[in-house]
Write a protein that binds this ligand. Sequence first.
Ligand SMILES: *Cc1c(COP(=O)(O)O)cnc(C)c1O
Length: 387
Amino acid sequence: MTTAVKPQRPIQMVDLALQYHHLQHEIDEEIKKVLQSAAFINGPAVQEFKKNLEAFLGVRNVIPCANGTDALQIAMMGLGLKPGDEVITADFTYVATAEVIGLLGLTPVLVDVDPDTFTIDIEQVKKNITPKTKAIVPVHLYGQCSDMEPLMKIAKEFGLFVIEDVAQAIGAEYLFSNGKREKAGNIGHVGCTSFFPSKNLGCYGDGGAMYTNDDELAAKLKMISHHGQSRQYVHDVLGVNSRLDSLQAAILNVKLKYLSEFNQKRKEAADRYDALLKGVKEITCPKRFEKSTHVFHQYTLRLDEKISRDEMKKYLLEQGIPTMIYYPIPLHKQNAFKSERYANAEFPVTEKLCRTVLSLPIYPEITSEVQEYVAYHIKHFISRYAS
Ligand SMILES: *Cc1c(COP(=O)(O)O)cnc(C)c1O
């Protein structure tokens, strides 16, 4: 049963300090090695991390870079997308996904998502393909893969690139109809991920990576991320400066060893929330998409529209329970993406999700005590509200 006993340690969405406490010995040791080597940029730790991540993902090439946003931008540059090209992505995502499309002078074409999985709606993708369409960016939101099999089929049919936004789903696996499993990011032409501290594989600053099985593309991505340089001081294309530094790579080398275990613990925590919240008809727990594993970057509820989300959020915070709304405003309604294109467009699913989603604290180290306390207060609020 759920309890109202408030845990001693303040509850956070992600308890990074607690995780550091568990890994401190190993991490401090690796940081010290980098400091002593003074190889701060592109040192051995970066090369080691590249190899380790390639092995973990089962991919031929990992290209580390400075953050997940850069990864998406460099991927689009490497694929040769040109101003005017249309790139289809989800309306319901973090701004970075669509931002880089716009920054490169490409045209973001935002489309609605599936109400149960929160990922790009395949029918909407089809409807929005034009002769200018060059790429699709599925976002594996909250830790679950988009429906990649039909998406790749469409991409093949129309000759489109697929850039997977894996910032929230590193380690998730997609299950094809023939029984084959593939890690998120290995299915399209290139996968892009982020090591922002709160992501499932987070460093202690900014970091990101691209990955691909296409060696030629990998060489381009590497070149672009290093000022378009093919050899020292020889610049073949316009590039950017986007590097993963050695300190972050050293931290990631430690944390990567635990990623599978951490993802498993997130899943167990999610199952525990499901059980604790079972039967509360005003809330819908996250659906498990049968074609993907879920690494629960977020555990996101959908609330009945009768429930005031603002009041619930406020009540929970008063009990010491933080919650977050990922994301409150559809991208097509943001000033940055204002376009004639959306004047009469309808995004009923994204709009409803923006009004009704609420993410609860989740991290590998979360205790059942914390979860019981969270569930108790969610139920308490709802029962008060409903009566
Ligand atoms: C975090 C995130 C990004 C951007 O990653 P940064 O490392 O913060 O630049 C991109 N897309 C999604 C879906 C994200 O969650």
